[in-house]
Design a protein around this ligand. Structure first.
Ligand code: GUN
Length: 301
């Protein structure tokens, strides 16, 4: 059997259209939705991600304000930029591209963003709201994976989902969202402390690889007919490639696609969904800000 290839670009295009329509409605109310994007240093992968995000923002009619800080910047300088943006009513979302240089504390930076503008969903308040099932911003990649599963019609209710990886950005929130009552998967998390992940992955109806290790998931680890979602984005040296590297996921794509029921390619699977969900979070932040203003005017105007 050969797997159905999940077209993340097509699903993301529909979500980006929705973001564009809602951006148009906001503009009709005199509001230009705006995301501030902060990048510290010049990590090549981060530069490429940020360029991709800014192109998508522009296409959806969302403004972006770009802040580039040198690698040697002090943590306090970055915090000062964030505080200024928190106070700026024309900025609806703030994204600090990760990873940060090692002399800057990621926790301090994430916690400095106003939760109302936390379109990455990384702030402890956003994480708390997510875990409690309250309203709030969901992190873009995990949310994108859930939307991809739903739009592709992959059965999740009652399925056994195995997540490889426990990062704050993907593994942890994804495991949490999959176990929500309205999603209803049974979830296993495997990580570097898991002696033999194959025991678990072979039982997975849905296998999600988010470990950042190229080739981690081999065909012998996959149950026949499973849905395999590859969140890995690894730059693998390749002298034949124009840039000297190629992008590879965490999944040994060829052999696994012969065994799986569904599979996401890299690129063109989960990556485009991350960007689409970011656009929708920015729109939501702008709508929330506008609605709060209208409500205040109704009360006091
Ligand atoms: N670095 C890798 N993924 C992400 C993401 O989703 N958001 C931010 N801010 N940085 C990242």
């Amino acid at each position: 059997m050969s797997a159905i290839i999940i077209d993340g670009r097509a699903v993301a295009a529909r979500k980006r259209e929705e973001a564009g329509a809602r951006a148009g409605a906001l503009r009709g109310r005199g509001v230009i939705p705006c995301l501030a994007v902060i990048l510290v240093g010049e990590d090549p992968a981060s530069l490429s991600y940020v360029a991709g995000k800014e192109k998508a923002l522009a296409e959806a009619g969302i403004a972006s304000r770009d802040f580039r800080l040198p690698r040697e910047s002090k943590e306090e300088e970055l915090l000062a930029v964030i505080r200024t943006l928190n106070a700026d009513e024309t900025v609806h979302g703030i994204l600090v591209q990760l990873p940060l240089p090692s002399h800057i504390r990621e926790d301090a930076v994430i916690s400095a963003v106003d939760p109302a503008k936390d379109v990455d969903g990384f702030h402890p308040v956003s994480v708390g709201n997510m875990v409690l099932g309250r309203k709030g911003f969901l992190p873009c990649t995990p949310h994108g994976v859930l939307v991809l599963l739903r739009e592709q019609g992959i059965p999740v209710n009652g399925a056994h989902a195995v997540v490889l990886g426990r990062s704050n950005i993907v593994g942890k929130p994804l495991a949490n969202l999959l176990s929500r009552k309205d999603v209803n998967a049974t979830v296993t998390i495997c990580h570097t402390g898991t002696g033999n992940p194959k025991i678990y992955t072979r039982e997975a109806d849905i296998l999600i690889a988010a470990a950042g290790r190229p080739g981690l998931v081999t065909a012998d680890m996959v149950k026949e007919g499973a849905a395999v979602i590859d969140v890995g984005v690894n730059r693998v040296e390749d002298s034949a490639a124009r840039k000297g590297y190629r992008l590879s996921g965490d999944v040994d794509y060829g052999p696994v696609s012969e065994k799986a029921g569904w599979i996401t390619p890299v690129p063109g699977g989960v990556g485009p969904m991350t960007i689409a969900m970011l656009l929708l979070n920015v729109i939501e932040a702008a709508e929330n800000a506008e609605n709060a203003k209208d409500a205040a005017a109704g009360l006091y105007g």
